[in-house]
Write a protein that binds this ligand. Structure first.
Ligand SMILES: *Cc1c(COP(=O)(O)O)cnc(C)c1O
Length: 362
């Protein structure tokens, strides 16, 4: 059934109805686990019943946040086949995050196999309703009980799965974002390019403030001049000005989104000019006023493509495209979702079937 040792959950649960699914509140029957010890390396990859972790109160991850994660999805296609979206890129990124946090490297091929094996065991949890998916959350935490500040000598790699609902149950919906220079998400040389716990801790306070003002997410500006766009909450940001798509370059303080990378490839295929360059909030506001900025959207695994309908900056609110969805925004969403559910051509093989092809019969 799986290439890894498997302990089946003696009390499997009934998955909730697809239509009731939200994001990240329900977990499946099993988890993937692997340990690391200094001098021994990574050992004992296995699948176990989903369970709580027992951690010594001194465990270093609880004090100094030496932790990384990633997030990707498995989709049940119109043809019934389960596909993972770009698991190889997510495994590679997990390792880049590990390197920044002094966490020993994982074998990316093994990480990808851990996703496949676990989703295979819990495949009845992959929801069927259009727009739903099984979210895959690989995580690494430092487990040494030790209060000194240095990298841990032991780690736990685990993967949990959560069936998630359609991000926008009625199709894609524009969001309102607040540009702020007051709070900074990450600085060049800091942790911004890693998917690591501390970045999200830093984002909670500004996000709460934005919610109070009626915005969905925060558009972070650069930490030095508080002028240049960085990213939106947990999404990368893109704008269409004139005939050009502009997105901030990956300068070390921005997370390299797999959705971002996928969108840039599609735009290239479609012959649309893309420029990765710093873009200031003054330029964005001027382009909205001039009517040349016609579309703005965020990219990320959770929502795929999120149109921006309103931008707040310095007490002013700028409505983009009357708060509606741009044609390019919609085309990108349809193209990626089509690949994920196996209803559109996938020339690069981004959506990887769960079951690898059977070897041809001799
Ligand atoms: C995960 C994440 C993204 C989006 O990355 P995807 O690979 O497209 O899901 C963007 N920004 C931040 C801060 C993130 O954590």
């Amino acid at each position: 059934m799986t290439e890894f040792p498997l302990t089946l959950n003696p009390e499997p649960k009934a998955p909730p109805p697809d239509a009731s699914l939200k994001f990240g509140t329900v977990f499946t029957d099993h988890m993937f686990v692997m340990n690391y010890a200094a001098g021994r390396g990574w050992f004992d990859p296995r699948i176990e019943p989903y369970h709580a972790l027992a951690l010594d109160p001194a465990t270093c991850v609880l004090h100094y946040a030496q932790a990384v994660f990633d997030g990707l999805k498995a989709f049940r296609g119109a043809d019934g086949k389960i596909r993972l979206f770009r698991p190889d890129r997510h495994a590679a990124r997990l390792n880049r995050s590990c390197a920044r946090l002094c966490i020993p490297a994982l074998d990316p091929a093994l990480v990808e196999r851990s996703f496949r094996a676990l989703v295979g065991v819990d495949q009845r949890w992959v929801p069927k309703l259009p727009g739903t998916a099984l979210y895959i959350r690989p995580t690494v935490i430092a487990t040494e009980p030790f209060l000194g500040v240095r990298p841990s000598e032991s780690y736990l790699y685990y993967v949990i799965l959560s069936p998630v609902g359609a991000y926008y149950p009625e199709g894609i919906n524009p969001v309102k974002i607040l540009a702020t220079g007051e709070h900074v998400r990450a600085l060049p040389g800091g942790l911004g390019a890693a998917k690591t716990a501390a970045n999200y801790a830093a984002s909670l306070y500004p996000a709460e403030e934005a919610h109070r003002l009626g915005f969905t997410q925060v558009l972070y500006l650069d930490g030095a001049e508080h002028r240049f766009l960085e990213e939106v909450g947990t999404m990368n940001i893109m704008l269409k000005i004139g005939e050009e798509v502009i997105t901030p370059p990956l300068g070390g303080s921005i997370l390299a989104g797999i959705t971002r990378e996928s969108v840039l490839a599609l735009l290239g295929d479609w012959g649309i000019k893309v420029v990765e360059r710093p873009i200031s909030i003054e330029e964005v506001v001027a382009a909205i006023a001039a009517g040349t900025l016609t579309e703005m959207w965020g990219t990320g695994t959770a929502a795929v493509i999120s149109p921006v309908g309103e931008l707040g900056y310095k007490e002013k609110r700028y409505v983009i495209r009357n708060g509606g969805i741009g044609t390019l925004t919609q085309r990108l969403y349809d193209a990626i979702v089509g690949i994920q559910y196996g209803t559109a051509p996938d020339p690069r093989g981004w959506a990887k079937p769960l079951a690898l092809p059977e070897p041809a019969l001799a």
